[in-house]
Design a protein around this ligand. Structure first.
Ligand SMILES: Cc1ncc(C[n+]2csc(CCOP(=O)(O)OP(=O)(O)O)c2C)c(N)n1
Ligand SMILES: [Mg+2]
Length: 587
C-alpha cells in the first residue's frame, strides 16, 4: 500500500521515466527494486544493520542521500557545522552505544576536514561508517573543481576498508561489507564512497542485517601459558586496554589481582573506562614517559589484554621510546580481535580466582572546594564533589584535568572517555555522540580552551538537538601543555616569538559569548563559588550548558621550571619516593 502510494508520486530517481509506466512494463520486476534509488536502499540497509544515527555535513553530491532521509524514519540525521564535529560525534556515539553511527561527508575535502577525529576513532578501535559523496562516475573525467583522490584521503584513517561503490545494484552489498568491517573486532573506521549517480540510480536493493560472528576468547593453551607466567613468581602486571576496560573485564582482572597479588594497569588514554563506586579502581599508565617508567620499573612480565606495550607519546632527546624495562617480557592474553572480557574470565577460572571477592572503589567524594579564586584543581574537585550518578565524563582538559582522576575515583559509577589518538578537538564532538547514544545520562565534557576551539561549532549542534551536555571549558589563555613540552624537548632558547605560539592572550577568548552566539546557555566563573553554583545549576537543568572556568595554568611558575628536573631524576630516585612524586604531580 505504502509502495503503491510512493510509486504514484515519485520518479524514484529514474530521470524522464514515469513509475506507473515502469511498473506496468515490468510486471515481474521486484517492486522494491524499481522504486528505490541507491540512496534510499543504502539508508534502509544502514537502518537494517542497526545504524540509526547519521552525523551529516552534506553537499551537492550527497543530495539524494539527504532526500532519502525523509523516507526512512528509522534514521536520525544530526547536522554538524564542521566535518570534524560529525566524525567526533560518530566516535563518541559508538563508544557509548556499542555500535557505529554513520557520517555523511562531502567529497575528499569534507572527509579531510573530519580526519583528526577519525584518527582518534581509529586509535580507539571505535567503529564508524563514513559515507562520502563523490562526483557522478561519468563526471570524474572532467576534473571539476571538487575532484580529488578521496580514497587516498580515506586510507590513513580507514586502512581496513575503503571502497568506491561502482553501481547502484552493488551499493548495498558494498555497504554491508563496510558495516562488517566497522563492527567486527577490532572496531574500525570504514569508508564507503558514494558517487552521485550510484546514489540517484534506480534499482537499489536493500540488504538485511549482516551477521557478524562473535569474537573468540583466548584459546586454552594461551590462557594456560599466561597462568603459568603469573604463577612463576616474577613481578607481573596486567595491562588492560580497549574493550578490557568494561565492567566484566575489570572485575575478572580485579579478582585475579586479589588472588595472585599482580598489579593491574589501564592504558593511558582509554576509549571508554567504566569506573567509580562499586567497580575496581585501575591505575592508568601516565602520559609523561618518565612517570610511566616509574610505574613499570620493577615489572618482569607485562600481560597485554587488548593493549599495546606502552611507548612514549613522543621521542625526547636521550630518553627511551619503549617504556617497559629491558628485562621485562611482554605476553599477550588477548588481541584486539578477541573477546577481552571472555579471555580474562577464562584466566580467572584457570587461576581459581572466580570466587574471590575483588577490591572495589568505595564512595568517597571530595569536599566542596574552598578559597575565592578558581583553579583547575578546584574545578576538578567540584566535579568530583557533584558528579551525578551514571554520568559520562569526557576528559580533554589536558593540563587542567591533571587532578580529575583522583577527585572522581570514589564518585558514583560513571564512564570516562579520553583522547585516544592525541588529536585535540575530540571532546565537544564526543559529547554530542555520547548524549545522543545515552539520552538519559548526564554528559560532562571537560575541555581545554585551546582544544575546544578546533571544534567549537559542536555547541550549535548541542543546542539544536537539546542535548544534556555540560561543557566545562578551562580558559587558561594558553596552550599550556606545550610550555611543558618546550622544556622537555630541550628547546631552551625559545624566545618571545616561540612563546607567542603557545599563548592565547590578545585577544583572550570569551567562551560565554561564543556559546551564547550558538544558542547555548553559558556562565563565566573566575571564583570557586561561582563555579560551584554554575555546575549545580547545569546539573539540575536540562542542557546544554557551558561553564567557562577562568583559571591560571595548572603548571606554571616554579612548578613548570621544576618539572623537567623532577622528571629527569625520577629514574635514579628510590622507588617509593619516585612513586610518591608521580602521585602528587599526576595522580
Ligand atoms: C590536531 C592537533 N593539533 C595540534 C596538537 C598539538 N597540541 C597538543 S596539546 C595542544 C594545546 C592544548 O591546549 P589546551 O586545550 O588549552 O590545554 P592546556 O594545555 O592549556 O591545558 C596542542 C596545540 C594536537 N595534539 N592535535
Ligand atoms: Mg589552555
Amino acid at each position: 500500500m505504502r509502495w503503491r502510494r510512493l510509486a504514484c508520486h515519485h520518479t524514484f530517481g529514474i530521470p524522464g521515466v514515469h513509475n506507473e509506466k515502469l511498473i506496468a512494463d515490468n510486471p515481474t520486476f521486484n517492486i522494491e527494486a524499481i522504486i528505490m534509488n541507491g540512496a534510499q536502499a543504502l539508508m534502509r540497509t544502514l537502518v537494517n544493520a542497526g545504524i540509526e544515527v547519521c552525523f551529516t555535513n552534506p553537499g551537492t553530491s550527497e543530495m539524494h542521500f539527504v532526500a532519502a532521509l525523509d523516507s526512512e524514519p528509522g534514521m536520525r540525521a544530526v547536522l554538524c557545522l564542521f566535518e570534524g564535529v560529525a566524525t567526533g560525534a560518530a566516535d563518541g556515539y559508538a563508544r557509548m552505544a556499542n555500535k557505529p553511527a554513520a557520517t555523511l561527508l562531502h567529497l575528499g575535502c569534507g572527509l579531510g576536514n573530519g580526519l583528526a577525529n577519525l584518527h582518534n576513532a581509529r586509535r580507539g578501535k571505535v567503529p564508524v561508517v563514513n559515507i562520502v559523496g563523490d562526483h557522478a562516475t561519468y563526471h570524474v573525467q572532467y576534473d571539476a573543481q571538487l575532484q580529488s583522490d578521496i580514497e587516498t584521503v580515506a586510507r590513513n584513517v580507514s586502512p581496513g576498508f575503503v571502497r568506491t561503490s561502482r553501481s547502484t545494484a552493488e551499493l548495498c552489498r558494498d555497504a554491508v561489507d563496510a558495516i562488517r568491517a566497522a563492527k567486527g573486532l577490532p572496531g574500525q573506521v570504514a569508508t564507503l564512497i558514494l558517487p552521485a549517480d550510484v546514489s540517484w540510480g534506480a534499482g537499489g536493493i536493500a540488504e538485511p542485517m549482516p551477521q557478524i560472528a562473535p569474537p573468540d576468547a583466548a584459546d586454552d593453551a594461551t590462557v594456560q601459558a599466561i597462568a603459568s607466567v603469573i604463577n612463576s613468581g616474577g613481578r607481573t602486571a596486567l595491562l588492560l586496554g580497549g574493550r578490557a576496560l568494561g565492567e566484566s573485564a575489570l572485575l575478572a582482572a580485579a579478582r585475579i589481582a586479589a588472588k595472585t597479588g599482580i598489579k593491574v594497569y589501564a592504558e593511558t588514554f582509554p576509549t571508554r573506562l567504566e569506573r567509580g563506586v562499586g567497580l575496581p579502581a585501575v591505575e592508568r599508565i601516565a602520559y609523561l614517559a618518565e612517570m610511566a617508567s616509574v610505574q613499570l620499573k620493577e615489572i618482569d612480565n607485562l600481560i597485554l589484554v587488548d593493549a599495546k606495550a606502552p611507548v612514549s607519546f613522543f621521542a625526547y632527546p636521550g630518553k627511551k621510546s619503549y617504556l617497559p624495562p629491558d628485562n621485562c617480557a611482554a605476553h599477550t592474553l588477548s588481541t584486539p580481535e578477541q573477546d577481552a572480557a571472555g579471555s580474562l574470565e577464562k584466566l580467572c577460572r584457570t587461576l581459581g580466582a572466580h570466587q574471590i571477592v575483588p577490591e572495589l572503589a568505595t564512595a568517597s567524594r571530595p569536599g566542596r572546594p574552598r578559597g575565592k579564586m578558581l583553579t583547575a584543581e578546584k574545578a576538578c574537585k567540584a566535579v568530583g564533589h557533584l558528579l551525578p550518578v551514571n554520568a559520562i565524563l569526557i576528559d580533554e582538559a589536558i593540563t587542567s584535568g591533571l587532578m580529575l582522576s583522583k577527585f572522581t575515583a570514589g564518585a558514583p559509577r560513571h564512564d570516562l572517555i579520553t583522547l585516544t589518538g592525541g588529536a585535540i578537538g575530540q571532546g565537544l564532538p564526543n559529547a554530542i555522540g555520547a548524549a545522543i547514544a545515552c539520552p538519559d545520562r548526564p554528559v560532562l565534557a571537560l575541555i581545554g580552551d585551546g582544544s575546544s576551539m578546533y571544534t567549537i561549532q559542536a555547541l550549535w549542534t548541542m543546542a539544536r538537538e537539546k542535548l544534556n551536555v555540560t561543557a566545562i571549558i578551562f580558559n587558561n589563555a594558553s596552550y599550556s601543555v606545550l610550555n611543558v613540552e618546550l622544556e622537555r624537548v630541550g628547546a631552551e632558547d625559545a624566545g618571545p616569538t616561540a612563546k607567542a605560539q603557545l599563548d592565547l592572550h590578545g585577544p583572550v577568548l570569551n567562551f560565554t559569548q561564543i556559546a551564547e552566539g550558538m544558542g547555548v546557555h553559558a556562565v563565566r566563573a573566575a571564583e570557586t563559588e561561582e563555579f560551584l553554583d554554575a555546575l549545580e545549576h547545569a546539573l539540575a537543568m536540562p542542557g546544554p550548558h557551558l561553564i567557562e572556568a577562568v583559571v591560571p595554568p595548572a603548571l606554571a611558575g616554579l612548578k613548570l621550571k621544576l618539572l623537567p628536573h623532577i622528571l629527569g631524576s625520577l629514574d635514579s630516585m628510590p622507588q617509593p619516593i619516585a612513586r610518591m612524586l608521580k602521585r602528587k604531580i599526576a595522580p
